[in-house]
Write a protein that binds this ligand. Structure first.
Ligand code: MOS
Length: 743
């Protein structure tokens, strides 16, 4: 009985967003607001000898300059407190002491009566440093690579499995061999909304905090621990987020600085970072990967090796799953995987859309294409030849895996069978045309979450959970789930999120929100339904007096008999019978681990791409792409398609444009703005097509939805790189594929 789930529904928050009614963290205005501006370190490593703040403080309207010298003593500086997404290690503490750990590190916060004054005053702060030698170059330091430290985060990001079979022997005996190195550049999240926090200083020092975050409860936890405040004194709100992509999974330093200033000055403070400062915390790490594939001439892949070396900071071991996918995707019997880190004088890397997945699968899927050419086999045929219905790492069946059908439908839509495999064979004048393909894979995870459902006196349903909507469509999909569960039109359902006062939900990431929070919303609405039915049974002359719950259904704002829909009681009448009081229920949903652990749970994609390369200029356009996605049940084809299109656009961006260029002389990112850090824009995007191959999966969660936030990007870069090879005959194993590498 679904009226909304599975149907396209425009974003319920769309109107608020396009009319400017939706407010973001840096837009909440309160009387007496002061403004902070961050001073960033000009060196990558060393220490501060002296900070001269006199000129800044002498300006009328400058309230204070906070530095490590005058910051209050906080318990946190001695504790090893962890946020929800903290990797093993010791988190960065802004203004802790005189030490500089990376370029761009915040060294002072200037607070003034207005933003412009704060910014000007910040330019007057003089910092005298002692510079120490830094190491920021992954390639130059790759010999320092070591195994990552394990921690709680390793539960979600397990290290590579033990080797199976004997890679070396199998590889040596293979007729077709590939052993290549793939290098990926650093990337920075560049959501439209800058990181910002507005702290409203309330009576008795209570704080209401508007923060840019992918999890209001995570920021609440952070502030209450760091500043030793009771939870009840810290409320964090984040009703709208202008893009996150992982950058808001951890509390960022502007939150710390804004709270510190507000508490010290006893007034409301806002700190907004600049676009340049968006390059001073977290990034997708640079990686160097080696992929070895051995195959026989009939296309049987016997040997797979995948090694990755990535960078991390000196203080935390950020890890992601880069190489494990190679052991899952193909049925090879001899597999050897390794993953190591090199600590550098940079900030700790941070999850960025499909962290590790898009990195590792990009290298692997380029190598598979190379093997296809070595043994003279169609790349799609090679993948089908080595298809597996089991996760070979864990030796588990998949809860569902319709990748084969993705291949079929994607290839057909794209016209793959018309491809001439010969490189440079498809051209018109100076334009080389190339077709490439690749596979994508990502996790389908469910976590614990809570939600509240309230039938209000006006008959409307209010449902809430402290999750986030970083643009993914959470408001909309949760509204659909609630509406269907209790038979109420979406117009009469209000879903609230982004508020630490609401029932607890995890950070929004890992593509798990629909599975996790959606399940909680479903349970809360079902439990509320039970309560409403009990009340309806007790009403005078109730038609349900002798009926049980499974004999009724919720439809058209009523409870009615399944076998006699004319016998019904309206939900408004039930509220009336409750003494005119709202009826509420709060519920928790937990994943069914006992059942889920018997299966591998993943989303898959098959991606087909056409590129056109100008032979003389080396410019590349992705003129056509088809993504066929197996992502479980599709809750809302419209928002789902948006998610996948977004991932495909970013795939183009990653493959061809995005690169944070570090000048290792200074240990500093040089292209820290959108003029020089290129992201895909409208002119880069042509024909993008999405196919959903539905899977009926009762294992992943009660909704059967697998999550679509990340799978859209995973297969794209490899498909593009493979298409570039087909067009030009050149293998570019270094992302992004900029024209200088092609000429
Ligand atoms: Mo995503 S990188 O899990 O926000």
């Amino acid at each position: 009985m679904t009226r909304y789930i599975g149907k396209p529904l425009s974003r319920v928050d769309g109107l608020d967003k396009v009319t400017g009614k939706a407010k973001y963290a840096g837009e909440f205005n309160v009387p007496g607001l002061a403004y902070g501006y961050v001073v960033s370190s000009a060196i990558a490593k060393g220490k501060i000898n002296r900070i001269d703040t006199r000129d800044a403080l002498s300006l009328d309207g400058v309230l204070q300059v906070f530095t490590h010298e005058n910051r209050p003593k906080l318990a946190w500086f001695d504790l090893n407190y962890k946020d929800q997404d903290a990797p093993p290690g010791s988190p960065f503490r802004p203004l802790q002491d005189e030490k500089i750990k990376y370029s761009g590190q915040p060294v002072a916060l200037v607070v003034a009566e207005n933003f412009e004054l704060a910014r000007y005053a910040a330019s007057l702060v003089k910092v005298d440093y002692t510079i120490e030698p830094h190491e920021t170059d992954l390639e130059a330091n790759r010999d320092e690579a070591r195994k990552p430290k394990l921690g709680v985060a390793s539960l979600l990001k397990p290290p590579p499995p033990k080797p199976r079979g004997h890679f070396e022997e199998a590889f040596a005996e293979s007729a077709g061999q590939v052993m290549e190195e793939y290098v990926h550049a650093i990337e920075h999240h560049n959501p439209m909304e800058m990181f910002a926090t507005t702290v409203v200083y309330e009576r008795k020092g209570k704080l209401t905090i508007y923060d840019k975050t992918q999890g209001a409860p995570n920021s609440q936890l952070y502030v209450s621990q760091v500043f030793d405040m009771p939870f009840s004194d810290v409320r964090v709100l984040s009703p709208y987020v202008g893009g996150g992509f992982g950058s808001g999974l951890r509390p960022q330093y502007q939150l710390f600085l804004a709270v510190l200033a507000a508490r010290e000055l006893k007034r409301s403070v806002r700190v907004t970072l600049t676009r340049q400062q968006m390059f001073t915390f977290g990034h997708r790490p640079a990686t160097i990967q080696t992929v070895g594939l051995g195959g026989s001439l009939d296309g049987t892949m016997n040997a797979i090796r995948h090694d990755a070396v990535a960078e991390t900071s000196q203080f935390e071991d950020y890890t992601e799953i880069v190489v494990n996918w190679a052991g899952m995707l193909y049925s090879a019997e001899n597999v050897k995987l390794s993953y190591e880190l090199v600590p550098l004088d940079v900030y700790t890397p941070l999850d960025m859309r499909a962290p590790g997945g898009v990195t590792g699968v990009s290298a692997l899927e380029c190598a598979v294409d190379e093997l296809a050419y070595k043994i003279g086999m169609d790349p799609l045929e090679l993948r089908l030849k080595n298809y597996t219905d089991r996760d070979m790492n864990e030796d588990l069946p998949y809860s569902s895996k319709e990748l084969r059908e993705c291949f079929r439908q994607g290839a057909e839509r794209f016209g793959w069978s018309k491809r001439n495999p010969e490189p440079r064979s498809m051209r018109t004048n100076h334009t080389l045309i190339g077709w490439g393909m690749a596979v994508g894979i990502w996790d389908a995870t469910q976590g614990p979450a809570r939600a509240e459902a309230v039938l209000m006196v006006n008959g409307k349903l209010r449902v809430s959970s402290a999750t986030a909507d970083i643009g993914t469509g959470t408001y909309t999909v949760m509204t659909q789930i609630a509406a269907d569960t209790l038979g109420i039109p979406v117009e009469d359902v209000l879903f609230k999120l982004g508020d630490s006062d609401l029932p607890l939900a995890p950070i929004q990431g890992g593509s798990w929100t629909v599975a996790t929070v959606g399940s909680a919303v479903k349970v809360a609405c079902e439990d509320l339904g039970k309560k409403l039915f009990k009340l309806a049974k007790k009403m005078p002359n109730s038609p349900f007096a002798k009926k049980s719950l499974d004999e009724v259904e919720f439809m058209n704002k009523s409870i009615r008999l399944k076998n006699d829909p004319t016998t019904s009681v309206s939900l408004l009448a039930v509220v009336d019978s409750n003494g005119g009081r709202a009826v509420r229920e709060t519920s928790t949903s937990l994943p069914n681990m006992l059942e889920q652990r018997k299966y591998a749970r993943n989303t898959h994609s098959a991606v087909f791409v056409e590129v056109q390369v100008d032979e003389e200029l080396g410019t590349i356009q992705v003129t056509r792409a088809v993504s066929a996605i197996a992502g479980g049940r599709i809750m809302n084809p419209k928002t789902a398609r948006s998610q996948i299109i977004g991932g495909m656009v970013w795939g183009i961006s990653k493959a061809l444009e995005e690169e944070s260029v570090m000048d290792h002389t200074f240990g500093r990112f040089m292209n820290h703005n959108l003029a020089e850090y290129h992201v895909a824009v409208n002119a880069d995007i042509h024909d993008l097509d999405v196919i959903f191959v539905e899977e009926h999966d009762t294992i992943v969660n009660p909704l059967g939805a697998k999550g679509l936030g990340e799978i859209g990007i995973v297969g794209m870069p490899a498909a593009i790189a493979n298409a570039v090879f087909h067009a030009t005959g050149k293998r570019i194993r270094e992302l992004p594929i900029t024209l200088d590498k092609l000429l």
